[in-house]
Design a protein around this ligand. Structure first.
Ligand code: NI
Ligand code: MN
Length: 227
């Protein structure tokens, strides 16, 4: 049994775990790098790290079409219910829950979380998922923080970290994050989508390879990796 992870550009992922399809931050329409359509993509679950438009993305439309369960923080879940999303599971930072696909814990992330209409979306989160004997850390939008070391203590098989700079960690801090987390594999995300976050992921990958034990993995939108 394995986990198949597909990057759909920016911070959007699709995880296929034991027959379930789990979307993360499905920003597809309006995303020039998106590799899937919100009109056809499958979703048994949708995980949302925070309220910003480039993360909540097409969550409302996909949830209404698929009837997938949306998991996010309490404030974002309340807002989604007000938009007509009926199936939500609110969690919050530090709290984990055993879902059918795995144990999902929300972590801190240093960022904002206002929703597209200006509603306060609570505090932004990262996602720490334990499934199929693997541990995956999707950092969400965040600056560098030293407690990433605590997350790393759990033994991270795969981490996805923003490298775009401007709104999140840039390449230098993301490299420091890799050193704190010490994941087996690290995927750079949240770059090139907008003018302000243009980066060279291959150059970053070379630095990761030279300075850490982690294996950098630069995916193209639509590309998958199994672990
Ligand atoms: Ni954001
Ligand atoms: Mn973002």
């Amino acid at each position: 049994m394995s986990i198949k992870l597909t990057w759909h550009g920016h911070a959007a992922f699709e995880l296929n775990i034991n027959g379930s399809c789990i979307l993360v931050d499905p920003f597809l329409s309006g995303n020039p790098t998106a590799s899937a359509s919100p009109d056809t993509i499958a979703a048994d679950y949708i995980l949302v790290t925070h309220g910003h438009g480039d993360h909540i993305g097409d969550t409302v439309a996909i949830a209404q079409r698929t009837n997938g369960l949306v998991i996010s923080n309490f404030e974002v879940c309340n807002w989604l219910q007000a938009q007509g999303v009926s199936r939500v599971h609110p969690q919050h930072i530090g709290g984990g829950f055993q879902h059918p696909f795995g144990y999902l814990k929300l972590t801190i992330a240093h960022h904002g979380s206002s929703l597209p209409d200006g509603t306060c979306g609570g505090n932004p989160c990262g996602l720490l998922l334990t499934a199929e004997g693997k541990k995956i850390y999707l950092a969400g939008d965040t600056g560098l923080f030293y407690s990433m070391r605590l997350i790393g203590e759990e033994g991270i098989d795969l981490a996805a970290l923003p490298i775009g700079d401007n709104f999140t960690m840039g390449p230098d801090d993301a490299l420091r994050a890799v050193k704190l987390i010490a994941p087996q594999v690290v995927i750079p995300i949240h770059y090139d989508t907008f003018d302000a976050i243009q980066q060279d992921p291959q150059a970053w990958a070379k630095r990761v390879q030279a300075e850490t034990l982690a294996k950098p993995l630069v995916l193209q939108p639509g590309e998958s990796y199994s672990l």
